[in-house]
Ligand binder design. Structure first.
Ligand code: ADP
Ligand code: MG
Length: 405
């Protein structure tokens, strides 16, 4: 294993270690062998259990060396198993009650999650897995980052790349679309995102010209990268429609003076889990494509709204690839879902007295930026995803904008 940088003892023979390896830093569970040497632990070795026992006994905030422990709702539970899905980090389910996520892909700080989760807890936001606690670590005099996160476990939870894709596919199976279920889901999610933003409204600030210039420059840089990395057909489309695309993205430069909040920052259907009790939002790690210092910055609420709305289109494109659907029906379903989400979001935000947080004008620009980012992401990391932005780009460019933005 890599070079040991720091460690937090949990109980005798079990610890959380920060190690530096060839792929960056990692927070890993370790167990001690009888000869005193430390080994990487795996589900079943009891290190996640030991962590929960430590959290259950800890005060709400405590500091040990470079580690800060926040403990909110933890209790001791036993029995460890690995989470069954593909994921970036390593999560362990303990006692079918908690998910302990070790940051095996440690992000350089500052990390957006601790403050957002704290604000959401303090403001009574319920539509997220119950936060049990978290541990942050500060390297030398560098910025603090998240090393372990513990949430209540939601049995049977699936993310929107499953639930939204299935609902959309089912609604668009026949030439006559049956939108009721997908519209109901999109409405619930719109309500939830409005409640999320309302709970975060305490962080509201005003965008500066420097913020607006940065958003605009980032969108143009993404456009250039997408142009360079996309398939020839998409590259042609980007070239032919360049003026119009630049006009749309250029609108981001006019957002100075508008409201910003410490929003989710990486909102899409994959971050929305469906479980027996409804929908919850997860993963407050911020946008992975941004440099660390920018990931923590406040954003316009519409950026989250655009991310979720555009991901409904992407879910429809995935549905078309993997299910029997009627194409015209699919298009009607996709629009109905997106409109229902936007309407319920705006309606609930107004009901909660926070309409002033949301300016829908840049919705199209941020949706377009999302498509461009996915082109870049697919080209660099996930070529088999490219069919999604390839299909989404012409859909978005040719969408009628009369009436709704
Ligand atoms: P990563 O950062 O490693 O991708 P996530 O936090 O996004 O990890 O979680 C990956 C998956 O684990 C989710 O898509 C979901 O299926 C499952 N998951 C995450 N948190 C919970 C939870 N509290 N209860 C049940 N399943 C969860
Ligand atoms: Mg994730």
């Amino acid at each position: 294993m890599g070079r040991e940088l720091d460690a937090l003892d949990l109980v005798d023979g079990k610890r959380l270690s920060i190690v530096a390896g060839p792929d960056g830093m990692a927070a890993v569970p370790e167990v001690q062998a009888p000869d005193g040497s430390w080994w990487r632990a795996h589900p079943g070795d009891g290190v996640a259990e030991a962590l929960l026992t430590m959290l259950a006994a800890a005060p709400e905030t405590s500091t040990t060396g470079s580690f800060t422990v926040r403990a909110w709702a933890a209790h001791s539970v036993a029995g460890e198993r690995a989470i069954a899905v593909d994921q970036t980090n390593e999560s362990v389910i303990v006692g079918e009650a908690a998910v302990v996520k070790w940051a095996t892909h440690l992000l350089q700080g500052p990390h957006p999650a601790p403050h957002r989760i704290e604000v959401l807890r303090a403001n009574g936001f319920r539509s997220m897995p119950t936060p049990w606690g978290l541990i942050t670590w500060r390297p030398g005099d560098g910025p603090e980052t998240l090393v372990v996160n513990v949430d209540g476990y939601l049995p049977g939870a699936v993310d929107g790349w499953t639930w939204a894709v299935e609902l959309i596919a089912e609604a668009a199976r026949l030439p006559a679309p049956r939108t009721a279920a997908v519209v109901a889901a999109a409405t619930d999610v719109g309500t939830m995102v409005a409640e999320l933003h309302s709970a975060l409204s305490i962080t509201a600030a005003t965008a500066s010209q420097a913020d607006a210039d940065r958003w605009c420059a980032a969108a143009f840089a993404t456009l250039d990268q997408a142009q360079a990395l996309s398939s020839s057909e998409t590259a042609d489309l980007l070239r032919e429609r360049r003026d119009e695309i630049e006009r749309t993205l250029g609108g981001l430069g006019a957002l100075a003076g508008g409201p910003v909040i410490e929003g989710h920052g990486d909102l899409h259907v994959g971050q929305v889990l469906q479980h027996a009790g409804g929908y919850v939002v997860t993963d407050f790690d911020g946008n992975p494509v941004l440099p660390a210092a920018e990931r923590v910055l406040p954003i316009p609420a519409v950026l989250d709204v655009a991310g979720l709305a555009q991901s409904l289109t992407h879910a429809a494109i995935v549905a078309r690839r993997h299910h029997e659907v009627d194409d015209r029906s699919l298009s009607a379903v996709e629009q109905a879902a997106r409109q229902a989400f936007l309407k319920s979001y705006a309606g609930r935000l107004t009901e909660l007295g926070h309409a002033g947080l949301y300016d829908a004008a840049p919705l199209r620009a941020f949706r377009l930026q999302q498509v461009l980012r996915e082109i870049v992401y697919a080209a660099r990391h996930l070529p088999r995803w490219m069919y999604v932005p390839d299909a989404a780009l012409p859909m978005l460019l040719d969408e009628r904008t009369i009436g709704a933005p």
